[in-house]
Design a protein around this ligand. Structure first.
Ligand code: 6PG
Length: 255
């Protein structure tokens, strides 16, 4: 079915300002609530689209208060931070390095490369970092990100949660490791499904004709609801927004 918050645009030129407004709104609620803005980012095509939304002054009013941002990785590849497969490197190159100095610097929680040889330990350490941030005062069952910005792969994966993976059944851990990712590189860490579903706001960004089959499956079929993107979409309901372009939803009928 048609998700409650579907924002469809001709292309990136009109998607970017709308995504910026959405992020500013999420930032405002977060700062009103607890004076920081905790955001989880994916890799793939997302950092480039996000850069368009954040960095282009033409995109409208409102100040991005980067110094209040705490950036986490929704998933990350177990590679050095300057490696071409690193999501950190991508976010740094596309966004962090381009933020005008006077706007301040976000706090960025990257993986600890000490654990490159032991991806489970890397996941445990990243989880410890999340515990220190999200459960510093009280014990909490799940961390609550103010905003998760996610992609949706052509097979319906999101973060590094792939269709049919046993990781989808994990209920307690916050961060999981994967050693045989179907999408290279094989070793990764990822937020668990319940953590993604628990976000205060969750945005999927899917652009380009390469997404139209998976969009059809997620929105037009029962089976699509069982794919990782579908599982987040149906659990989080009106907390989820989709930012798509017309090629990505071409032929989707939203029954
Ligand atoms: C990764 C990404 C991944 C991505 C999807 C969609 O590290 O592989 O975080 O989860 O978001 O694969 O990627 P595209 O947006 O490039 O299709």
């Amino acid at each position: 079915g048609k998700p409650p918050n579907l924002f469809a645009f001709q292309g990136l030129d009109d998607l970017a300002p709308s995504l910026r407004a959405y992020i500013l709104d999420a930032q405002k609620s977060a700062l009103d609530r607890h004076h920081v803005f905790r955001v989880a980012l994916s890799g793939g095509s997302l950092p480039k689209v996000l850069a368009r939304a954040l960095l282009d002054e033409k995109n409208g009013e409102g100040v991005i208060q980067y110094d209040k941002w705490e950036i986490f990785f929704a998933d990350e590849r177990a590679v050095p931070l300057d490696h071409e497969d690193s999501n950190y490197r991508l976010v740094k190159q596309e966004i962090l390095d381009k933020i005008p100095q006077q706007l301040g610097k976000p706090t960025v929680y990257s993986i600890d490369v000490k654990y490159l040889d032991d991806v489970q330990e890397m996941a445990d350490q990243y989880e410890k970092t999340l515990v220190s941030v999200f459960a510093a005062r009280d014990s909490v069952k799940l961390p609550m990100f103010d905003l998760l910005l996610l992609g949706c792969g052509p097979d319906g994966h999101t973060c590094s949660l792939f269709p049919g993976s046993p990781l989808l059944r994990e209920l307690d851990a916050w961060v999981l490791s994967i050693s045989d990712s179907p999408k290279p590189p094989p070793k990764r860490i990822t937020l668990s499904l319940p953590v993604t579903q628990h976000g205060i706001k969750i945005a999927f960004i899917a652009t380009g004709g390469g997404k139209k089959d998976i969009m059809k499956e997620i929105f037009d079929t029962e089976e699509g609801q069982q794919l990782p993107c579908g599982l987040i979409n149906s659990a989080a309901q009106e907390r989820v927004s989709w930012f798509v372009d017309h090629p990505a939803i071409e032929g989707v009928s939203f029954p």
